[in-house]
Design a protein around this ligand. Structure first.
Ligand SMILES: Nc1nc(=O)c2c([nH]1)NC[C@@H]1CN(c3ccc(C(=O)N[C@@H](CCC(=O)O)C(=O)O)cc3)CN21
Ligand SMILES: CC(C)C(=O)C(=O)O
Ligand SMILES: [Mg+2]
Length: 271
C-alpha cells in the first residue's frame, strides 16, 4: 500500500454487513483489464469473471466450451485492473462436477494463478462435496441456483426456473444447504420474484439476482448486455443503460471515412 489511492476493499464480510443494513450489492461481469478498470473506477462492489466470457468474448453458443486456463487468463487480466471490487470467478463446466478433488484443484489454480478472491459454482446438493472441500481450503464460495447455464442440455431452454412447487422446494433446500456449508453468497438466476424474495428473507447470506426480482440483496448483469454492446440479447430482465454498439459503430465509420478521404492523419497528427 504505497502510491495507490486509499480505498477500502470490498470483502465477503463487508457484503454480509451490507445485507444486514439493507444496502443493495451491485455486481457486473468483466473479462479484461480495460473493462475491469472502468467498472472498478465506477465503484462496483463485486466483479464477476463469468463463464459468459464463452459467449461474449469467444462467440460460443453456450458456456460449456470455455476452459479453466481461459478463465484464469480472463481473471488475471481483471485482477490487475482492480483497486476496490471483490473479484469472483466462475469455475467452468467440467472443472468441478462429480469430483471434489478436481474441484479443489480447479479452485486453487484460479486463486493461485489469477489472484482472484472467490469462486462461483453452479448447483446445490449435487455439488455439496466439492463446495465443502473448496471452503475447507479457505477459498470463499458463491453459489448459483435457478437457471444454471452449464446444465442447459439437461433442460433444453433458458426459460424461467422453479415455477412449479417441486422445483421451488429443491431450490429452497439447495439455498439452505449452500448457506450451511459456508458459502458467502448465492446467485439466483431467472426464478419468480416471489420465490427469490422468500429465499432472500430466509437466508442470512446475501442473494444476488439476475432475472430474480427486486427483493434480492443484490443484482448482477453481464456488462456487454447492460452497455448495449451485445445487440441481439434482450431478455425481459435486462435494462440497457447505454447503446455502445451504436456509439462504437459510428466512431469506426467516421474513422474509415477519414482514412478514405485522406483526412486522417492531419498535419498536427504527424511528425
Ligand atoms: N451475454 C450474456 N448474458 C447473460 O446474461 C448470460 C450469458 N451471456 N451467458 C451465460 C448465461 C446465460 N444466460 C441467459 C441466457 C438466456 C436467457 C433468456 O432469457 N433467453 C431468452 C428467453 C428464452 C426462453 O424463454 O426460452 C430471451 O428472452 O432472450 C437468460 C439468461 C445468462 N447468462
Ligand atoms: C450471469 C452470471 C450470473 C454468470 O454466471 C456469468 O456471467 O457467467
Ligand atoms: Mg456463469
Amino acid at each position: 500500500m504505497s502510491v495507490h489511492k486509499e480505498v477500502k476493499r470490498i470483502t465477503t464480510h463487508i457484503l454480509q454487513e451490507m445485507k444486514q443494513r439493507g444496502e443493495k450489492i451491485a455486481m457486473l461481469t468483466a473479462y479484461d483489464y480495460s473493462m475491469a478498470t472502468i467498472v472498478d473506477d465506477a465503484g462496483i462492489d463485486v466483479i464477476l469473471v463469468g463463464d459468459s466470457a464463452s459467449n461474449v468474448m469467444a462467440g460460443h453458443e453456450t458456456t460449456l466450451p470455455i476452459t479453466l486456463d481461459q478463465m484464469i487468463y480472463h481473471a488475471s487480466s481483471v485482477v490487475r485492473a482492480i483497486n476496490r471490487a471483490l473479484v469472483v470467478v466462475d469455475l467452468p463446466f467440467g472443472s468441478y462436477q462429480g469430483n471434489s478433488k478436481e474441484a479443489l484443484n480447479s479452485a486453487i489454480r484460479i486463486m493461485k494463478e489469477s489472484g482472484a478472491h472467490a469462486v462461483k459454482l453452479e448447483g446445490g446438493l449435487e455439488i455439496a462435496e466439492s463446495v465443502s472441500r473448496i471452503l475447507a481450503a479457505g477459498i470463499p464460495v458463491m453459489g448459483h441456483l435457478g437457471l444454471t447455464p452449464q446444465s442447459i442440455y439437461k433442460f433444453g431452454t433458458y426459460t424461467v426456473r422453479a415455477k412449479e412447487e417441486a422445483e421451488a422446494f429443491k431450490l429452497r433446500e439447495d439455498a439452505a444447504k449452500l448457506q450451511d456449508l459456508g458459502c458467502f453468497s448465492v446467485v439466483l438466476e431467472k426464478i419468480p420474484a416471489k420465490l427469490a424474495k422468500e429465499v432472500s428473507e430466509n437466508l442470512t447470506i446475501p442473494t444476488i439476482g439476475i432475472g430474480a426480482g427486486q427483493h434480492c440483496d443484490g443484482q448482477v448483469l453481464v456488462i456487454h448486455d447492460m452497455l448495449g454492446i451485445n445487440k441481439g440479447f434482450r431478455p425481459r430482465f435486462l435494462r440497457q443503460y447505454a447503446s455502445l454498439y451504436d456509439v462504437m459503430n459510428g466512431a469506426i465509420q467516421n474513422y474509415i471515412k477519414d482514412v478514405k478521404a485522406n483526412d486522417f492523419p492531419s498535419e498536427k497528427e504527424q511528425y
